[in-house]
Design a protein around this ligand. Structure first.
Ligand code: GDP
Ligand code: MN
Length: 378
């Protein structure tokens, strides 16, 4: 789950990391009033679950409240990476001397939280990582001991030669590390971590991604979810109890089981297709789940064919077949459907589908090939 910047800032602030104050507005008038209260120059920032807001025109400095209102009006009309901006954060503008990057991610390769820092922070950090990877310093933290003081200071000295600044940055890194565990994050980033002309260090932007599997343990964090800021298809899927991830391709996939869903996506790519989504209808398939799944997949305009790949174990193929038939009674399918199912109650499922005018396959390769071919000719 993604958090907004203003929510991430609150979390960092609660963990003692210096973050400038700020308030959220959803109208230009509110933004103007906040700027008035804060006094002086402010920065107006789009609150969307996307990075690169600065480059997309979603971060603007304003010299007075009137200009803050104008910037808010413009930013509230933006769509950044497909997400409509509904709110802005208004914060006092910082006088930036330097911009660094500090982040923690869960790293699969080392199976540890990895702290990454770079003195070349700011809006071009992706380019730094690609072109001058030596500018990024990494440390895999042993979770048994946590981030030790000397380790943090060692990394902080890669950012600042000045000892008081390095000590301040080291303190921020240790607080970031404990915040990371405290909320169940899979990623936490401060970019930029700035030094200001008066010699202070502060977090000007914060990004936090929460591991969905941690949400049950952190109801206060789960309550921060903003469904209005998420892709509508992902919200629908969560409410229907489906595991769904929207992708960029054009073959809709409806599969039972995460492993089979991954294998299906691999095979779609192997035969020259691009999966439009990951979708796991789960183990016990009641027909309604299939109806919901089809509704979500058909709602995606880039889908050109839909592939069902069902291996019936606990999932009964006849439940899935009934779901497909019910779905077509409720709404019209405008793209070709390729159905592969095998396993529990396979014969009954094929009978149900045949009676409703569908054909079904039992071979996975054959089904994937057909789904890709039908998408191409659609
Ligand atoms: P992002 O582009 O989505 O990562 O948004 P950021 O919040 O990181 O802002 C992008 C850039 O805008 C930063 O790297 C800064 O250079 C600049 N910026 C953000 N806040 C301020 C501020 O308070 N003062 C100044 N001078 N620049 C800022
Ligand atoms: Mn940033």
């Amino acid at each position: 789950m993604n958090l907004h910047e203003y929510q991430a800032r609150d979390i960092l602030r609660r963990h003692g990391i210096p973050v400038p104050p700020g308030e959220v507005a959803d109208t230009p008038d509110q933004a103007r009033a906040i700027a008035q209260r804060l006094g002086g120059r402010v920065v107006v920032k789009a609150q969307v679950h996307a990075g690169g807001r600065g480059k997309a025109g979603g971060v603007k400095l304003a010299k007075d409240p009137a200009e803050a209102g104008e910037h808010a009006a413009r930013i509230l009309g933006l769509t950044i990476k497909g997400l409509a901006v509904r709110r802005v954060l208004v914060a006092p503008a910082a006088e930036i001397a330097t911009e660094s990057y500090v982040g923690i991610i869960v790293d699969r390769a080392s199976q540890r939280p990895v702290l990454m820092v770079s003195p070349a922070g700011g809006i071009d950090i992706e380019e730094v990582a690609a072109k001058t990877p030596a500018m990024i310093h990494r440390l895999a933290v042993d979770p048994r001991y946590g981030l030790l003081a000397h380790q943090a200071l060692g990394l902080a000295l890669k950012l600042y030669r000045d000892m008081p600044l390095a000590r301040a940055a080291a303190d921020i890194m240790r607080r970031l590390y404990s915040a990371f565990y405290a909320v169940g994050a899979s990623l936490m980033e401060i970019n930029p971590l700035v030094t200001t002309s008066d010699g202070a260090v502060a977090a000007l932007d914060a990004k936090i991604v929460i591991d969905d599997n941690e949400l049950d343990r952190h109801p206060d964090i789960a309550a921060l979810r903003d469904p209005g800021a998420e892709a509508p298809s992902e919200v629908q899927a969560r409410e229907a109890g489906l595991t769904f991830i929207k992708l960029d391709g054009w073959v809709g996939c409806c599969v039972n089981g995460a492993g089979l869903a991954m294998a299906t996506m691999d095979l779609v790519k192997y035969y020259g297709g691009e999966p439009a989504n990951f979708l796991d209808i789960g183990g016990s398939s009641n027909p309604q789940k299939v109806v919901d799944a089809l509704r979500i997949i058909t709602g995606d305009p880039s889908v050109r064919s839909i592939l069902f790949n069902i291996f019936g174990g606990i999932t009964r193929c006849d439940d899935v077949a009934n779901g497909i038939v019910q779905a077509t009674q409720q709404f019209r399918l405008t793209v070709p459907l390729v159905i592969r199912l095998t396993g529990t109650n396979e014969a009954l499922a094929i009978q149900i589908l045949t009676q409703a005018g569908f054909s079904a396959l039992t071979d996975m390769d054959e089904a994937v090939k057909q789904a890709v071919a039908k998408a191409r000719s659609a």
